[in-house]
Design a binder for this molecule. Structure first.
Ligand code: FAD
Length: 467
């Protein structure tokens, strides 16, 4: 554990257990309804201190042994304030948790202390009929939120492939994009977050309402600079998306189709391209034939009105529709759970010793992919996702990588950068290093304003440690 993470006790150790007991006793006294999970429930404490960082062989040893000393389940904003006040008064680190599906150890407490689990703070507070804007509490699971929106003909703009389990607060604080990113870009693009309600971590916590501009520094900050207790988000019109699986014999044809399709007037919500070895080992929705050897697969979520044109458009480019079904009506896995990091999940479930990388590919993509293929061969398998970057269609990639150590990983990232790709490194714990590598002064300023003692998720905001 890095030494600089600690607040007021000797480096290398979590807060003294006496302090945690004092905090637990104070919380229990103030609110007997508050659910507290302490040292008597070590397995539950362990579970609430974990996420999906085991996709990274570098993060596993780094985060080994990091565990909360107390977990608290809050169901009201008032309870959140009590926990924040108690932690601030005693100087105890506080790490927030939604559903714990993050990939970079975002909700693993590096410095012990308290994990505050917010899945019980889960109401849809308001849906403005005229605009479709929603105000929602952070613990609401995205699929459940979407169900409530669907009644009004609305839907979330952006969804991670973990949409059936992840919380909306965890997505805003820890996610980046996903299904819908080829229409709406990434979470941090202006317009995707309209406002926040935030509890500060101070002896007398404030409850603030921030507009879009003031909310931006808390968007994708890993819960290091404020506790989100409500989010104001735009929604989009609900569409009865059709799931399509398209087979291609030739990689070059599949790649050309993947690059060209988002620039047409055909309305899509997701486009993923899986190279043949990945397609061969992926599970498929019930009724969808398995991929034949050598078959690359394009996965689409397409609007119903594309169906008159799409099969012919694909056919002309070497693609054949293998399977089609309305989203929500097929059995088994929904197609969205074969995309984004679910591709990595399915591959790792079958193959030992693999990890992944994330990048935005340069345009044109083919020379970069060919150069990487020459060097890495079958140790790097391609999985592409269509996104919108600063308004323009682009292809991102989450390639699967056979793990052979940190040095080859560094060499691969270096080669990708030299070829013009932008790396989003999933093998690091800080907000900055998982992004563009630069400190965002506004994120640090927000932490100084809303978490002046630096107790929230210590160790994850590099700009705070370096200030
Ligand atoms: P958690 O993991 O619980 O928390 C994430 C971060 O948010 C943590 O730093 C936590 O401290 C902070 N946080 C949680 N609640 C609050 C709050 N109320 N206030 C302030 N901070 C808070 N991500 C994507 O972006 N797109 C994808 O398509 C995608 N696919 C994935 C597929 C798989 C198989 C897996 C394992 C992960 C994937 N992820 C993806 C990562 C992750 O699922 C998402 O980012 C998800 O939205 C996180 O939500 P959560 O509720 O699990 O958050």
């Amino acid at each position: 554990m890095p030494e600089e993470l600690h607040a007021g006790w000797p480096p290398g150790t979590p807060p003294p257990s006496g302090l945690i007991q004092e905090l637990a006793a104070e919380l229990a006294r103030c609110d007997p309804e508050l659910e507290l999970i302490g040292a008597a429930q070590p397995a539950e404490l362990e579970r609430l201190s974990r996420d999906f960082h085991d996709y990274s062989p570098l993060l596993v040893p780094l985060l080994h042994g990091c565990r909360a000393q107390l977990a608290v389940r809050a169901t009201t904003v008032e309870q959140v304030r009590r926990v924040a006040a108690g932690c601030a008064r005693l100087g105890v680190p506080l790490t927030l948790r939604g559903a714990g599906t993050g990939n970079y150890g975002q909700c693993v407490p590096l410095a012990g202390g308290v994990v505050l689990e917010l899945s019980g703070l889960n109401r849809l507070r308001q849906l403005e009929p005229a605009t479709g804007v929603v105000e929602v509490e952070p613990g609401l699971v995205m699929a459940a939120l979407d169900q409530q929106l669907a009644v009004h003909g609305r839907a979330l703009r952006l969804q991670p492939s973990t949409y059936r389990s992840a919380s909306i607060g965890g997505f805003i604080a820890g996610g980046s994009g996903g299904i819908g990113s080829l229409r709406w870009g990434f979470l941090r693009d202006p317009g995707n977050l309209l406002g926040l309600e935030v509890v500060t971590v101070e002896p007398e916590p404030r409850l603030l309402r921030l507009d879009a501009a003031a909310s931006a520094p808390l968007n994708h900050a890993y819960g290091t600079n404020g506790i989100l207790t409500a989010l104001r988000l735009p929604t989009t019109e609900a569409v009865a998306w059709q799931q399509l699986v398209v087979g291609f014999d030739a990689w070059d044809s599949a790649l050309a189709a993947a690059a060209a399709l988002p620039a047409t007037a055909l309305l899509l919500n997701a486009l993923s391209l899986l190279e043949a070895p990945i397609a061969a080992r992926s599970p498929w929705p019930a009724g969808c034939p398995a991929a034949v050897p050598g078959e690359h697969r394009l996965l689409l979520l397409a609007a119903p009105d594309t169906l008159e044109v799409l099969p012919g458009w694909l056919q002309a480019r070497g693609g054949t529709v293998r399977w089609q079904a309305p989203q929500g009506e097929s059995k088994g896995l929904p197609l969205r759970e074969l995309t984004w990091n679910h591709t990595t999940l399915h591959w790792r479930a079958q193959q030992q010793g693999w990890t992944y990388l994330q990048m935005l590919l340069p345009q044109p993509e083919a020379p970069c992919l060919a150069a990487l293929r020459r060097r890495w061969g079958e140790d790097l398998l391609w999985h592409l996702e269509a996104v919108r970057q600063q308004g323009a269609p682009r292809l991102a990639a989450l390639p699967l990588l056979r793990w052979s150590g940190e040095e080859p990983l560094t060499a691969l990232m270096q080669q990708c950068r030299e070829l013009g790709a932008v790396i989003f490194n999933p093998h690091t714990i800080t907000v900055e290093d998982g992004g563009l590598g630069v400190v965002d002064a506004d994120q640090v300023a927000a932490k100084a304003a809303y978490d002046p003692a630096g107790l929230l998720n210590p160790g994850k905001l590099r700009g705070w440690l370096e200030r």
